[in-house]
Design a protein around this ligand. Structure first.
Ligand SMILES: [Zn+2]
Length: 248
C-alpha cells in the first residue's frame, strides 16, 4: 500500500509538471518546445523547470499557478485513486485529468482551448466512451453535445451582434468560444447519450451562477463592463465529471 500511494503521489506530481509545461508552451508557440520562462520568454532547461527553480536568465520565480497546479494534481490523483469511476482504470483517469487540466488553465489564462489539446481530448474520450457505454451512446453523445453548443454559440453571436448594433460599438469578445463547442463534443463522447444532456445542463447552470457572481463582484467594485467573457470550459468539464460520477 505505501508503495502504491507513492506511485499515486508521483503520477500527480508528474502530471502537474506536465500540465504546467503544456500550458506554458502551447499557447505561445502552438508546438512542443523546451520549457519557457513566462516572464522573459527565454527557454529553460528541463532540469531547472522540473525542480521548480527560478529562471536562469531573468531570475524570476515560478508563477503561483505552477505550484497550485502541482498541488491540485496530486490531490486529484489521490481522489481518483480512492474514488475510481466504476471500473475505469487509474491511469486512464490520470490522462483525462491531464488533458482537462491543460484546457482549464489555458481557458482561464488566455481564454483559449488549444487545437492539439482538443484533438487529444476527442481521441481519449472516444475510447473511454467505447469502454464505458459502447459505440452508439458515445457517438450520439458527442454529436448531440457538439450541436447543442454550436446552437448556443450562434445564438450568442447573434445576440452580441444585435447588441453591438444597438450600441454602435463592436464587441470582440465572444460569450461562448468555438473551443467550448468542441469541448461539449469531447465531454459528450465521454459521458455518452443521454448523460451528456445532464452534463451540459449542469455546465450551463454552473456557468450562469459564476457569471452572476462575477457581475455582482465587478458591480460592487465599479469595474463592470457588459460582455466580459468568462471561461466556460471549466464548467463543461465539471458538468461532465459530475454526470459521470452520478450515473456510473
Ligand atoms: Zn526569465
Amino acid at each position: 500500500m505505501p508503495g502504491q500511494l507513492m506511485l499515486v503521489f508521483l503520477s500527480g506530481l508528474i502530471s502537474g509538471l506536465f500540465v504546467n509545461y503544456l500550458a506554458d508552451v502551447l499557447p505561445r508557440s502552438r508546438r512542443f518546445t523546451e520549457p519557457v520562462c513566462l516572464s522573459c520568454g527565454q527557454f529553460r532547461t528541463w532540469k531547472e523547470f522540473a525542480l521548480g527553480k527560478p529562471c536562469a536568465a531573468c531570475g524570476r520565480k515560478n508563477s503561483v499557478r505552477f505550484w497550485i497546479v502541482i498541488i491540485l494534481e496530486i490531490i486529484l490523483a489521490g481522489l481518483v485513486w480512492f474514488f475510481p469511476l466504476g471500473n475505469f482504470p487509474f491511469w486512464a483517469s490520470e490522462l483525462f485529468l491531464l488533458v482537462f487540466s491543460v484546457m482549464i488553465v489555458t481557458d482561464i489564462e488566455f481564454r483559449v482551448i488549444l487545437e492539439q489539446v482538443t484533438i487529444a481530448g476527442y481521441i481519449l474520450s472516444f475510447f473511454a466512451g467505447l469502454f464505458l457505454h459502447g459505440l452508439n451512446k458515445t457517438i450520439l453523445g458527442g454529436i448531440s453535445g457538439f450541436l447543442l453548443f454550436l446552437a448556443l454559440y450562434y445564438f450568442g453571436r447573434l445576440f452580441a451582434r444585435r447588441l453591438a448594433h444597438n450600441r454602435e460599438e463592436p464587441i470582440d469578445e465572444e460569450a461562448l468560444g468555438f473551443g467550448d463547442v468542441h469541448l461539449a463534443g469531447v465531454v459528450g463522447l465521454l459521458t455518452g447519450f443521454p448523460f451528456n444532456l445532464t452534463a451540459m445542463l449542469l455546465a450551463i447552470i454552473l456557468g450562469g451562477i459564476a457569471s452572476i457572481v462575477i457581475i455582482v463582484i465587478t458591480l460592487v467594485r465599479k469595474q463592470y463592463q457588459a460582455f466580459m467573457a468568462i471561461p466556460y470550459g471549466p464548467f463543461i468539464i465539471i458538468g461532465g465529471i459530475a454526470a459521470l460520477y452520478y450515473y456510473l
